[in-house]
Design a protein around this ligand. Structure first.
Ligand SMILES: CC(=O)N[C@H]1[C@@H](OP(=O)(O)OP(=O)(O)OC[C@H]2O[C@@H](n3ccc(=O)[nH]c3=O)[C@H](O)[C@@H]2O)O[C@H](CO)[C@@H](O)[C@@H]1O
Ligand SMILES: C=C(OP(=O)(O)O)C(=O)O
Length: 419
């Protein structure tokens, strides 16, 4: 297993180009299953999760060409099965369910395995599809969905805000007969990107970006081209990196409107933040980092995928900052590791109280999920001495060439190849 070796302290400064968003690219790639004509996608990040998705599509008979951009032709799909071997490495594989059952009337998708950040059930995905007429059994670890003919439009009230749940039902509704209304839909920018992509192929979705989506089903989608939106979480991670190292960075090819809640908190933390149409600069030179209270919640509130990075910010800042996690019940796996590096963070239920830290010191640390791993890398830049971050396959799932981007910004980080 690969590891990162980080020699701290170091300061991040310079320019970095932001990649396409993982959490938008994945649903869009699964959305190509809805259409039998060629679809050309640009700004697709080169990530482990994208490779897994392309592999999954290929096992179903989809023709996939990667040449910088990605061209997908799902004209000759010959399998409706998403097998455990691939699904276990990536929870987003559940997004095969809606498109397969909508277009082919059948889908066997392995239940995603347990994940470190919480139980993450998929009851809302299943219940919504049942309301649209699918018969669903869970058997041998697989969700098996069947429908005779087309799915039927339905009025669906989701009792929790679920990002991939909304995406699955949205994709299913696009080819269903009649009108589907999804209430309490997720409003995350990645849901918006998926909906815009589908409308570009001839879908009829209204209410995009709002919590009620109205979808009038169409008989078929046509081919087309789409460029995936910038990754707001990658952007936010780099910005926090500059904030905690007293740095000065500019993120290019990004969109400040996608991370307003994060920028508010970075300014509150004392950073100078400037934005343009497609760039964000954060300058912390000579400024004092202040702790900020954050509480994660569905968009447009503060994103759970930025919680671990802000926990590091609070650990490093002078004073006490409170981090409340309301989305996932087990998303503080980075806290004991940060404490091993000298942080003073106390866990109390879904709250982390981050006290004053004299100086973080390098240590060997292990992370169990993607953003936790990223937060440990940022902590390594602040720490005095050598930090080894183990199990970085989590990072490779979601950050494109992260060590190259961070090195170019002055981060002293190298990958140690494992077996
Ligand atoms: C690939 C992708 O886009 N992943 C993102 C997506 O995950 P994901 O879509 O899995 O997260 P959800 O929005 O579904 O989860 C929100 C909450 O709803 C619960 N829930 C969800 C579905 C369901 O059927 N039943 C249920 O109880 C979950 O356990 C969780 O407590 O949104 C999360 C919340 O913004 C992000 O952290 C992930 O990065
Ligand atoms: C939790 C995340 O991803 P996933 O839903 O794919 O596990 C994430 O992107 O932070």
């Amino acid at each position: 297993m690969d590891k990162f070796k980080i020699q701290g302290p170091c300061r991040l400064a310079g320019e970095v180009t932001i990649s396409g968003a993982k959490n938008a690219a994945l649903p869009i790639l699964f959305g190509t299953l809805l259409c039998d004509e060629a679809i050309h996608l640009s700004n697709v990040p080169r990530l482990k999760d994208v490779d897994t998705t392309l592999q999954l599509l290929a096992t179903m008979g989809v023709d996939v060409k990667v040449n910088g951009d990605v061209t997908v032709l799902a004209g000759a799909v010959n399998s409706h099965i998403a097998p455990y071997e691939l699904v276990r490495t990536m929870r987003a594989s559940i997004l095969a369910l809606g498109p397969l059952v909508a277009r082919f009337g059948k889908a066997d998708v392995s239940l995603p395995g347990g994940c470190a950040i919480g139980a993450r059930p998929v009851n809302l995905h299943i219940h919504g599809l049942e309301q649209m007429g699918a018969k669903i059994r869970v058997e041998d670890g697989y969700i098996k969905a069947r429908v005779d003919g087309r799915l039927k439009g339905a009025h669906i009230l989701m009792d929790m805000v679920s990002v991939t749940g909304t995406e699955n039902l949205l994709m299913a509704a696009v080819l269903a007969e009649g009108r589907t209304i999804i209430e309490n839909a997720a409003r995350e920018p990645e849901v918006v990107d998926l909906a815009n992509f589908l409308n570009g192929l001839g879908a009829n979705i209204q209410g995009i970006g709002q919590d009620t989506l109205i979808i009038d089903g169409v008989d078929a989608l046509h081919g087309g081209s789409y460029s995936v939106q910038p990754d707001r979480i990658e952007t936010g991670t780099f910005l926090v990196g500059a904030a905690v190292t007293g740095g000065d960075i500019t993120c290019r090819n990004t969109d400040p409107h996608l991370l307003e809640a994060v920028l508010v908190k970075l300014r509150e933390a004392g950073a100078l933040v400037e934005t343009g149409a497609d760039w964000i600069r954060l300058d912390m030179t000579g400024r004092t980092l202040k702790p900020v209270d954050i509480k994660t919640a569905p968009y447009p509130a503060f994103p759970t995928d930025m919680q671990a990075q802000f926990t590091v910010l609070n650990a490093v800042a002078k004073g006490v900052g409170q981090v409340t996690e309301t989305i996932f019940e087990n998303r503080f796996m980075h806290v004991p590791e940060l404490n091993r590096m000298g942080a003073h963070i106390e866990l109390n239920g879904n709250m982390a109280i981050c006290g004053d830290t004299e100086q973080l010191t390098g240590a060997t640390v292990m992370a169990t999920d993607l953003r936790a791993s990223a937060s440990l890398v940022l902590a390594g830049f602040v720490a005095e001495g050598t930090t080894i971050v183990d199990r970085i396959y989590h990072i490779d799932r979601g950050y494109e060439v992260i060590e190259a981007k961070l090195s170019a910004l002055g981060g002293n980080i190298e990958r140690i190849k494992g077996n």
